[in-house]
Design a protein around this ligand. Structure first.
Ligand SMILES: NC(=O)c1ccc[n+]([C@@H]2O[C@H](COP(=O)([O-])OP(=O)(O)OC[C@H]3O[C@@H](n4cnc5c(N)ncnc54)[C@H](OP(=O)(O)O)[C@@H]3O)[C@@H](O)[C@H]2O)c1
Length: 311
């Protein structure tokens, strides 16, 4: 923390997509760090990254660090509307790279493991990307732009977030909301699939990325909580952490994983944090510890039995 405070003192940090799962985590990570830096948090309504002149107008803010968290993060939405996916990811990222270039800002880019085809697990920095979906193809092209165009571009690849409270669009967000609906309807069992991933807390991710920036890291890193998990494991952990084990039983669905998705995902997607480990920069907690802390946030009070609510 002391190192991060010292490093970011006096910096101007610009965050695109600041009201998304990851953008919010960076805003929170900076809030706990220091008041002696300037954070320009830009949700989509204040900056659409596909609007080149709007992006370049921020040259006047002279950002020294840009965290490019804007993106069309839902793979199925990208599959359904590839033109929009490429516009947001590729054109939007090219605009942000131009801003970084114009202001000599360091640029962070969050990359998805869906640039890989799932044939090799775990993937690390030396694994060759081979995207099988529109989202992965667009993100790979965007990453290339960051690495080619941005001064000290940093791309951090990871395999699935939880975080963002009501903005959580991933499994933990969906599951906790569906759990509440289930309990309201008096249903005491639910079925969850066994797809394996690497649940990573956005706040842990953001704090670890700040360390990489403080150490002037650039290029490609893989990052993720140690310990892979199935959706079923994570659902069971959510039920336990929320104090609902007496009320809900989570069953493993073994029906061939009917996820009804437009974008085809591999059944298992996990990263190896080879470069982080080698450079002594891995600050990720086990997903169970991080998930436990996340579910203690006030947002989740609505899903807890009254006796388990935090003040
Ligand atoms: N979620 C994951 O597990 C994961 C894993 C690896 C990498 N990533 C990457 O991390 C980045 C952030 O994802 P996230 O998980 O935080 O998703 P998120 O919660 O959907 O955040 C993305 C934010 O970008 C905004 N946005 C969309 N189009 C925009 C545009 N044209 N201009 C400006 N803002 C725009 C979204 O606004 P609206 O909500 O209003 O559309 C949203 O606030 C994305 O690039 C994603 O590809 C995510």
């Amino acid at each position: 923390m002391v190192e991060l405070r010292r490093h970011f003192r006096g910096e101007t940090v610009l965050i695109t997509g600041s009201d998304g799962m990851l953008g919010r985590a960076f805003v929170e990570a900076f809030a706990e760090l220091s008041e002696e830096l300037r954070v320009i948090a830009l949700p989509r309504r204040r900056l659409d990254v596909t609007d080149r002149s709007a992006v370049l107008r921020h040259e006047a803010d002279a950002p020294t660090v840009i965290l490019h968290c804007a993106g069309m993060a839902l793979a199925d939405a990208c599959e359904i509307d590839p033109n929009e996916a490429f516009r947001v990811h590729v054109d939007g990222t090219a605009n942000v790279c131009s801003l970084a270039h114009a202001t000599s800002a360091r640029l962070f880019f969050p990359q998805s493991v869906f640039i890989f085809d799932g044939s090799i697990v775990p993937v690390d920095e030396s694994t060759m990307p081979n995207p099988q979906m529109v989202y992965g193809r667009a993100k790979l092209q965007a990453e290339q732009c960051v690495l080619d165009e941005a001064p000290q571009g940093l791309s951090v690849r990871m395999a699935g977030f939880f975080g963002g409270d009501e903005k959580d669009k991933n499994f933990v967000g969906h599951f906790t909301r569906s759990l509440a609906a289930l309990l309201d309807a008096g249903i005491s069992e639910c079925e969850v699939g066994g797809r394996r991933w690497q649940p990573t807390y956005t706040l842990d991710h953001a704090r670890n990325v700040l360390l990489l920036l403080a150490r002037s890291c650039s290029g490609i890193y893989h990052m993720g909580s140690p310990g892979e998990a199935s959706f079923h494991d994570v659902a069971t952990a959510c039920v336990e952490a929320l104090g609902l084990t007496d009320q809900v039983r989570v069953l493993l669905r073994i029906d061939g994983e009917s996820y009804h998705e437009a974008a085809l995902r591999p059944d298992r997607m996990v990263t190896a944090t080879t470069r982080l480990d080698r450079e002594g920069l891995n600050r990720q907690r086990h997903w169970r510890n991080a998930l436990g802390e996340y579910l203690e946030r006030p947002h989740f009070d609505q899903f807890r039995p009254p006796s388990r609510r935090f003040k």
